[in-house]
Design a protein. Structure first.
Length: 95
């Protein structure tokens, strides 16, 4: 229920299929500094459900976010926001 509400309120339900995968694939477009900050933030992210697979999903979600908002880039600390959603059962595309 919470997942469906989040998708509706955030507008994520309108995103076309394959959009997220394209953002993740465009990782090479990100600046090396942003990639380094994301890697450091993901390594610092801890929690009871942050398995290596969850950390990989978080890294891909943060990369997609940085590539989606090129003008804004990446804000340090977004890993905690993303990890909250991953730990609460959201798929990485929904984060």
């Amino acid at each position: 229920m919470a997942e469906q509400l989040w998708l509706l309120l955030s507008g994520a339900h309108r995103v076309e299929t394959g959009y997220y995968a394209g953002l993740v694939r465009s990782f090479e477009k990100s600046s090396p500094k942003i990639r380094q900050i994301i890697a450091l933030d993901v390594a610092r992210t801890n929690g009871p459900h942050m398995t290596p697979q969850a950390k990989n999903a978080l890294e891909r979600a943060l990369i997609a976010l940085a590539n989606r908002n090129l003008d804004m880039g990446y804000g340090q600390g977004l890993n905690y926001v993303g990890s909250f959603f991953i730990e609460n059962g959201f798929e990485e595309e929904e984060v």
